[in-house]
Write a protein that binds this ligand. Structure first.
Ligand code: HEM
Length: 266
């Protein structure tokens, strides 16, 4: 698994006229609140500090040591503040680069996931541990013809954990029987995705109720059990992700964002 920036968005951003604003340190992207929460400005000179104001995310990282920013706005770092007046919002727009917007989390059904393969203009989603990421900006990896296209529109957790490109490890989504070291690899992938791609929501254990559910084949039942398991994982993962934010986040951000920053600086 690589660490460097791979999205195609860097080039366009690099040529942007910043109009006197502080350059952004992070890469342009929309993100969910749990992702935003990772960017609190802690971690020394590589720190990233993002502020959400009425859903617009500003990168204030490069102004951290100026203007008493931390003193004045430190409490807002990593959060989205809705009760902000127009003047303050304009102030941020004038000074800082907008990275993207806050995305609402939603529940994604397996059926919807399955359509998000990048074909015919569809977005590309990948699920793991019940979390669904929109990896469309990694189209060269996951889009049609990409080396990892088999993950597109799938719960790829088993394959990611096992570093496997075998179709059967994508069809089988169970984490049963995997070693702790495999699960660590999976969590590293999820960490990477957290920093790189919008987390759009969680995977539901089943789609819209269907008549045919009543006469499920054993296969479908097996699948259902698995998905229930995944859901449990998702709940755990949310907590784990929160803990990570304090425990490991700094390193993760430094590693991954640091790598991105080198290439993506605007
Ligand atoms: C000979 C073996 C492999 C080589 C040389 C290799 C190389 C690479 C390279 C150079 C990248 C781009 C990294 C970047 O720019 O961020 C990449 C990305 C990736 N690799 Fe591999 N890879 C190999 C095997 C695998 C296997 C077995 C998996 C199975 C899970 C895998 C999963 C991925 C994924 C998911 C990405 C995309 C990461 C993203 O979304 O940023 N790779 N690989």
């Amino acid at each position: 698994m690589g660490n460097a920036s791979t999205g195609g968005e860097a080039g366009a951003a690099a040529e942007e006229d910043l109009g006197g604003r502080y350059p952004a340190k992070g890469r342009r992207r929309d993100m969910s609140l749990p992702q935003l929460a990772r960017f609190t400005g802690e971690g020394g000179e590589k720190a990233h500090a993002y502020v959400g104001l009425r859903g617009e995310i500003f990168d204030v990282s490069n102004a951290l040591d100026k203007e008493n920013l931390t003193e004045t706005y430190g409490a807002w770092f990593g959060k989205n503040k809705e009760d902000v007046d127009e003047e303050e919002l304009e102030n941020f727009r004038a000074k800082f680069v907008k990275l993207g917007k806050v995305i609402e989390q939603r529940v994604i059904s397996p059926e919807e996931l399955a359509t998000a393969t990048g074909e015919a203009g569809a977005p590309i989603y990948i699920a793991a541990r019940g979390l669904v990421f929109d990896v469309s900006s990694g189209e060269s990896f996951y889009g049609p013809g990409g080396g990892y296209h088999l993950f597109a529109g799938h719960n790829a957790q088993r394959a990611l954990a096992l570093m496997s490109l075998k179709p059967e490890d994508v069809t089988n989504t169970s984490l049963d029987g995997l070693d702790p070291k495999d699960l660590k690899i999976l969590d590293d992938w999820i960490d990477k995705y957290y920093l790189k791609y919008p987390l759009i929501g969680t995977l539901s254990d089943s789609g819209a109720p269907k008549e045919s559910d009543a006469e499920n084949t054993p296969d479908v039942d097996a699948k259902k059990d698995e998905e229930v398991d995944n859901d449990d994982d998702a709940a755990k993962d949310d907590d784990a992700a929160k803990d990570d934010e304090t425990a490991q986040d700094d390193d993760a951000v430094k590693d991954d964002e640091g790598a991105n920053v080198e290439k993506v600086d605007e």
